[in-house]
Design a protein around this ligand. Structure first.
Ligand SMILES: Cc1cc2nc3c(=O)[nH]c(=O)nc-3n(C[C@H](O)[C@H](O)[C@H](O)COP(=O)(O)O)c2cc1C
Length: 341
């Protein structure tokens, strides 16, 4: 089960490989049709064990997703090593129909030898196949950016069909909480309130003794937010296992649901800033909580590292998810308006 108590120090790369090098790497994303039937977790773990033997020494990092009868793999590393990996993987009988969708040279975005993700969904393989076809077309027409994370998100976490900007990101916001699972609780409340589906993903760690982490998201086609809003709840532990490293730069802001314990808030913010430093990314950080949660100290900590800090104060005595959402949604509207206007 997911643990959210692991508070390993910020500032270290999750796999202990030190600071990322500036050397450009080859980034490749391919899709393939899975031959795994029934539960996939055990086979994903076998692939992980094989990958861990080769990827680390070869300087390769991958994220592998299994969804709707397809694999999608995002691999990065020295060009020769990535080409060798592709050759090896192509002949693997656990899948077929491998199709390279994206290939670019650029900055490393993955910081773990292996991240495995499983999305349980009712979507049938034909829908995934159609999405891959549309994506190939969009890539050919240059309608998609050159960053692998965008390609991955489009394919693996597509927006709900009623979102105002199909294929577009809208306002994408990450939710973290300094204690417990309050980010997931808030997301669940919002989903029930607006009757929106939640998509649940499970990211498997690179070793058996490291707990998996969950991440849930939902899309809100709000009229007052151009492009709509995607809220993504992450476990705190995703900051130490590399998941946040890959996806953080695609978020427009991070919301930290603050705790009464100021030290916990400081620790979480420190870990978040550590990840931002590693991926060289700055973004607005919103502190959602009651007054006296250490907002002054947190604002100084964030601003000292070049991040915008916004206090989203929930008045004393108001503690429900509805109260938190009322305060947060108005702050997000402001944020959306300030980014577009
Ligand atoms: C979808 C998929 C993804 C894979 N990803 C990797 C990988 O990232 N690294 C790797 O070494 N092997 C990966 N493999 C396994 C390789 O195809 C191959 O079985 C393995 O590298 C052989 O390792 P071994 O010679 O140590 O047994 C993957 C297999 C599949 C089906």
């Amino acid at each position: 089960m997911e643990s959210d108590t692991n508070d390993s120090p910020p500032g270290e790369c999750p796999d202990g490989h030190g600071a990322p090098s500036e050397e450009p790497v080859l980034r490749v994303i391919y899709s393939s049709i899975s031959r795994l039937y029934g539960p996939v977790l055990a086979e994903m773990r076998r692939i992980r064990d094989q990958a861990s033997r080769h990827n680390g020494p070869d300087g390769i990092r991958v994220a592998l997703l299994h969804k709707s009868g397809y694999f999608v793999q995002w691999a990065e590393g020295p060009p020769v090593a990535v080409e060798r990996l592709l050759e090896r993987v192509t002949t693997d009988t656990r899948h077929h129909g491998l199709r390279v969708l994206h290939r670019s040279l650029g900055r490393r975005r993955l910081f773990m030898p292996w991240i495995g993700a499983i999305v349980q969904s009712d979507e049938v393989p034909a829908v995934m196949a159609a999405r891959i076809r549309r994506m190939t077309q969009a890539l050919n027409d240059d309608r998609l950016g050159k960053e692998p994370a965008q390609v991955w998100a489009w394919l693996c976490a597509p927006p709900q069909p009623d979102m105002p900007r199909p294929g577009g990101a809208g306002l994408r916001v990450m939710l973290l909480s300094a204690r417990g699972r309050h980010s997931f609780d808030l997301l669940r409340w919002v989903a029930e309130h607006y009757r929106r589906p939640i998509v649940s993903r499970r990211f498997a760690a690179a070793a058996d003794d490291v707990p998996d982490v969950a991440s849930d998201y939902l899309d809100l086609p709000h009229d007052d937010m151009p492009g709509g809003l995607r809220l993504v709840a992450h476990a705190r532990h995703s900051l130490t296992m590399g998941v946040a490293h890959a996806f953080l730069p695609d978020h427009r802001a991070v919301v930290i649901r603050l705790d009464d314990d100021i030290e916990r808030n400081r620790q979480l913010l420190g870990r978040l800033i550590g990840v931002c430093e590693q991926v060289q990314h700055r973004l607005p950080i919103l502190g959602l909580g009651h007054p006296h949660s250490g907002q002054d100290v947190l604002a100084a900590q964030a601003r000292a590292m070049g991040h915008e800090w916004m206090d989203v104060t929930v008045p004393p005595g108001l503690a429900s998810e509805a109260d938190h959402w009322a305060c947060l949604s108005s702050a997000l509207r402001q944020l959306g308006a300030s980014r577009t206007g």
